[in-house]
Design a protein. Structure first.
Length: 508
């Protein structure tokens, strides 16, 4: 068995135990050194329109969409506003659509709430809490059957706080407690709660407004807390960002930021649940500028801005714009924020580049590829047509599995070296892609950076192709079990290639 030549007792604290976890290159957590290689973000591909809100009870939606999977069934929840009299917040409804494949969606006829004189609709909740009802499947092993589905919803100034809902089937909901959760914030956003199996607790992420913090600009931001029982919650703290909330270092003298986090979108990534991924909606308002004049639908944009001046509504309805960023965390408190938008507003077209467009729904689902025999991919759902006089809608976008970010090199090539780590398993799998002329090789080193005999770069069989589960092999074969449990470094050589993730695993 290989044993590296180093003082194990002194170095043990600096070695990262990855076991057989899948590791994604969504941050610099495992990276020691890059030479000719860079970390790059990958944007999803736009697909078909999934849902157009054209029913009488679906005006002013879809608001704060949440997508979840329970077994073979997919569900999507969203806010809408039916026609009718009375205050908007009390008329708000939560609707649900269902799917068997995550691509084709239908409205179930629930018969639960009346709208327009009929219960022939897909409304599953009504009232002020519907402003932002965000459900999840509670995977806590001690969760009672009649609380299998949970949700949070509410806004400070309309409901007095954030309320918890529960349901046995995701359709018939009730308030779980007779008062809001003991959390403080404005909550005027999509607030998120889920069971984190890695820490054995619930995590909560929600919106509040940060003021007078020398470390980060004022504005809309995110708090978090944890709970073992969904009743008692830990100290509520602001998230920390590296390098900053907008992906750049904050200068204390500039305490107003052009960007704020309207939502957080934090969820564990199901293929690597020790990593929390966030898709915060970035809110920016530069006022009315020369570029505002050049954005689509100037007349509608001007109507919204002028309505603010004369009608008491903020002028920002005509000037603010939104897009979606990407961030990742290993502990739920500190997040690495990518400065570029992962879902930008896109090519200018009617209805685009408006405040409220570009909301990515909470959650993602695995769906078939449109390419025959190709591997499955990840589908996410993004809102369009915000603040237009035409039906708003959701469009499906697709990522490669694990394909949010990658190590990338040009054809001239480069290398990336990990920090010392310990793994379990007998083979190394990589999710990678190359051009026809590109390649990838792997070297396993001891913790001092010396190639382990038999696993040097020149021993590695040249890898090229585009595959999510390629087994790396060397001249001696693919078995790496002799190195399991010992501190090593992994050195990747890339030429016109992307490496999205890797993991050591056992042969089935």
């Amino acid at each position: 068995m290989f044993w590296p030549n180093l003082g194990w007792a002194d170095e043990k604290a600096n070695v990262i135990d990855i076991g057989s976890r899948r590791e994604l290159f969504v941050d610099q957590h495992l990276i020691e050194r890059l030479d000719g290689v860079r970390l790059v973000l990958h944007r999803p591909q736009a697909q078909e329109v999934t849902l157009s809100l054209d029913k009488p009870w679906e005006k002013l939606g879809p608001g704060y969409v949440a997508v979840l999977q329970d077994g073979d069934r997919y569900r999507m929840y969203y806010r809408a506003l039916p026609d009718g009299e009375g205050k908007d917040e009390q008329r708000q409804v939560t609707c649900v659509v269902e799917s068997q494949d995550g691509i084709h969606w239908t409205r179930p006829k629930l018969g639960l709430y009346e709208s327009g004189g009929s219960k022939d609709n897909n409304i599953c909740w009504r009232g002020a809490i519907s402003h932002n009802v965000t459900p999840f499947v509670d995977t806590n092993p001690d969760c009672p059957a009649d609380q299998k589905y949970k949700a949070v919803g509410g806004v400070k100034w309309t409901t007095g706080g954030l309320w918890a809902l529960a349901s046995p089937d995701g359709l018939h909901w009730r308030k779980l407690f007779d008062k809001p959760l003991p959390l403080t914030g404005n909550f005027d956003s999509q607030n998120v709660v889920f069971w984190d199996s890695k820490i054995g607790q619930y995590r909560g992420f929600w919106r509040d407004h940060r003021h007078n913090d020398p470390k980060i600009p004022d504005g809309r931001d995110v708090k978090m807390s944890t709970s073992k029982n969904f009743v008692d919650w830990s100290e509520q703290v602001w998230l920390d960002y590296e390098p900053g909330r907008d992906g750049t270092a904050h200068r204390p003298e500039d305490n107003q930021s052009a960007s704020q986090f309207y939502t957080n979108g934090v969820q564990p990534y199901y293929r690597a649940p020790h990593i929390l991924l966030g898709f915060p909606l970035r809110y920016i308002d530069r006022g009315w500028t020369a570029s505002t004049d050049s954005l689509p639908d100037r007349r509608r944009r001007r109507e919204l801005a002028d309505e603010g001046i004369g009608g008491g509504r903020p002028t920002r309805l005509g000037t603010a714009i939104t897009d979606t960023l990407f961030m990742a965390s290993r502990d739920g408190r500190q997040f690495h924020v990518w400065p570029e938008a992962i879902i930008p507003p896109g090519i200018q077209r009617s209805g685009s580049w408006f405040y409220g467009s570009g909301f990515k729904a909470i959650g993602m689902v695995e769906t078939p590829s449109k390419l025959d025999s190709a591997v499955r991919e990840l589908s996410v759902f993004v809102s369009e047509n915000a603040r237009q006089n035409t039906p708003q809608r959701l469009r499906r976008h697709t990522f490669r599995l694990d394909g949010f970010a990658s190590l990338n090199a040009s054809l001239t090539g480069g290398t990336a070296v990990t920090k010392p780590l310990v793994f379990q398993g007998d083979r190394l799998e990589i999710n990678f892609s190359t051009s026809a002329g590109g390649s990838l090789r792997v070297e396993i080193q001891d913790a001092d950076g010396k190639a382990v005999p038999g696993f040097a770069m020149d021993d590695c069989n040249l890898q090229y192709g585009d595959q999510i589960d390629r087994v790396v092999s060397w001249k001696s074969g693919a078995d790496v079990s002799q190195l399991a449990g010992e501190p090593v470094r992994v050195r990747f050589e890339l030429k016109d290639a992307d490496l999205y993730s890797f993991h050591f695993t056992a042969k089935e």
